[in-house]
Design a binder for this molecule. Structure first.
Ligand code: SAM
Length: 351
C-alpha cells in the first residue's frame, strides 16, 4: 500500500468497512512481522506534577491551583524496584516541565536506577536545555519521549502559549538534538484537538515517517474542565463541520494502525487515554491493530491522583501488581506474550 497523503486521509475518514478492516489486518500483520508478538511493559513513574508551562489542554498546567508534588529519588527507586520485580524492562520517568527536577537530581536518579535495577530508562520531562539532555544521556538514559502534539504550526502555537514561543520549529529542533545525542526518540500526537482537521492529522502521520520515530505515542484529546481549551472555547474554535478530527476511540485506533504502517519497526503503546475513551476494548483494539507496548502506572497512589492531566485518569487506581494477572490473561487471549528484556525499538537498531 502506498502511504501517501490521499490514502492516509481516506483511511482516516473513510466509511468503507472493508477498507478499514483491511487496514487493521495489514497493521496487525506488519506489527507481527516487525516487532513480534511480545507486548513490552514499561513501568510509568509520574515523577512531578509541577509545570512551568500553560498548555491549553493539560490539567497540570502552571496556572492551576493544585497541590504539587515531586517524587524523591528513593520513591523513584522504589518504583524502579517494583518494575524490576514485576518483570518489566523499562522505567519511564514522566513529569510536567519542572525546573525543580534539576539536571543533577535527574542524572543521579538515572544512575541509581541503572545501578540498582539495570532497567532501561525512558525520560519524558518536556523541553529542557540541550546540556540537560546531554547530561542525562551521559548518566545512562536510553530514550526520550516528546510528542509534537500536532504538525500544524498555528494550532501548535495556539495550544502552547508564551513559554512555547519556540513553536513547532523549536519542538522539531529538540527532537533532532535528542536523536543526535543517541536517544531512542519517541514523539506523537493527541487526536481530535479542537481545530485539528483530518488533513492536519494525515500530515501528522506522514511526519512520523519523516522524523523516523523509534516510538510513537497516540492518544485522544480529553477535555479537562480547568484548562483554556475548555474555559475559553471561543479562542479554540473547532474546524468546520466535516473537517474536525474526532477525539474518539475509533479515530485514535486508526491513527495507531496507520502509524504502524508508516513506521513498521517503531514501538507503539496502547495508551491510557485510549483505554479511557473506550473502556471496553480500547486497549485490546490498539494491541490488535498495531500497538505493542503497555505502560502500567507505578506512581504512588497519593501522587497519582494529583497527576490529573485529563479527567478520570485518576480513576485508574488499580496497582500494577494487582493488574498483572488480568493483564497476562488479556494478552494470552489476544495470542500475545509479555515481553522480556528491555524491548528496545527495532527501528533504532536498524538505523
Ligand atoms: N511535560 C512533558 C511533555 O509535555 O512532553 C511530559 C508530560 S505531558 C503531561 C505528557 C502528554 O500528556 C503530552 O504529550 C500530551 O499529549 C498528553 N496530554 C496532556 N493533556 C492531555 C489531555 N487533556 N488529553 C489527552 N492527552 C493529554
Amino acid at each position: 500500500m502506498t502511504m501517501d497523503f490521499g490514502t492516509i486521509r481516506e483511511l482516516l475518514v473513510g466509511r468503507d468497512p472493508d477498507a478499514v478492516r483491511e487496514m487493521y489486518g495489514l497493521a496487525d500483520q506488519t506489527r507481527r512481522d516487525h516487532v513480534g508478538d511480545d507486548v513490552h511493559l514499561r513501568g510509568l513513574a509520574e515523577v512531578s506534577n509541577h509545570c512551568r508551562r500553560r498548555c491549553a489542554y493539560c490539567g497540570v498546567h502552571a496556572g492551576r491551583t493544585l497541590p504539587r508534588y515531586r517524587m524523591t529519588r528513593d520513591e523513584v527507586l522504589e518504583a524502579a524496584r517494583e518494575a524490576k520485580e514485576l518483570g518489566y524492562g523499562t522505567l519511564v520517568m514522566q513529569a510536567g516541565e519542572d525546573p525543580g527536577l534539576t539536571r543533577v537530581m535527574i542524572a543521579d536518579t538515572i544512575r541509581a536506577v541503572k545501578e540498582k535495577t539495570g532497567l532501561a530508562v525512558t525520560l519524558s520531562l518536556g523541553e529542557r536545555d540541550p546540556d540537560e539532555f546531554a547530561a542525562w544521556r551521559e548518566a545512562g538514559a536510553d530514550r526520550y519521549l516528546l510528542r509534537f502534539e500536532t504538525s500544524d504550526p498555528d494550532l501548535f502555537r495556539r495550544i502552547h502559549p508564551p513559554l512555547a514561543s519556540r513553536g513547532l520549529d523549536g519542538r522539531m529542533a529538540f527532537l533532532r538534538q535528542l536523536r543526535e545525542l543517541g536517544y531512542e526518540v519517541g514523539s506523537g500526537v493527541m487526536v481530535g484537538i479542537p481545530g485539528q482537521t483530518w488533513d492536519m492529522l494525515a500530515r501528522d502521520i506522514l511526519l512520523f515517517r519523516d522524523l523516523d520515530l523509534d516510538m510513537i505515542g497516540i492518544g485522544p484529546y480529553l477535555p479537562h474542565p480547568d484548562t483554556d481549551l475548555v474555559r475559553f472555547p471561543e479562542r479554540f474554535p473547532p474546524a468546520p463541520v466535516g473537517e474536525q478530527a474526532r477525539a474518539d476511540g475509533e479515530t485514535t485506533t486508526r491513527v495507531v494502525a496507520l502509524a504502524r504502517l508508516m513506521q513498521p519497526d517503531a514501538n507503539i503503546p496502547a495508551t491510557t487515554a485510549l483505554a479511557l475513551v473506550n473502556r471496553d476494548g480500547g486497549r485490546e483494539h490498539a494491541l490488535s491493530r498495531g500497538a505493542n507496548i503497555i505502560m502500567p502506572n507505578l506512581t504512588p497512589a497519593r501522587h497519582r491522583r494529583l497527576y490529573e492531566i485529563y479527567p478520570a485518569k485518576a480513576d485508574f487506581t488499580e496497582t500494577a501488581r494487582a493488574a498483572q494477572a488480568t493483564l497476562a490473561k488479556q494478552l494470552a487471549g489476544l495470542g500475545r506474550s509479555i515481553g522480556t528484556g528491555r524491548g528496545d525499538s527495532p527501528n533504532r537498531r536498524k538505523r
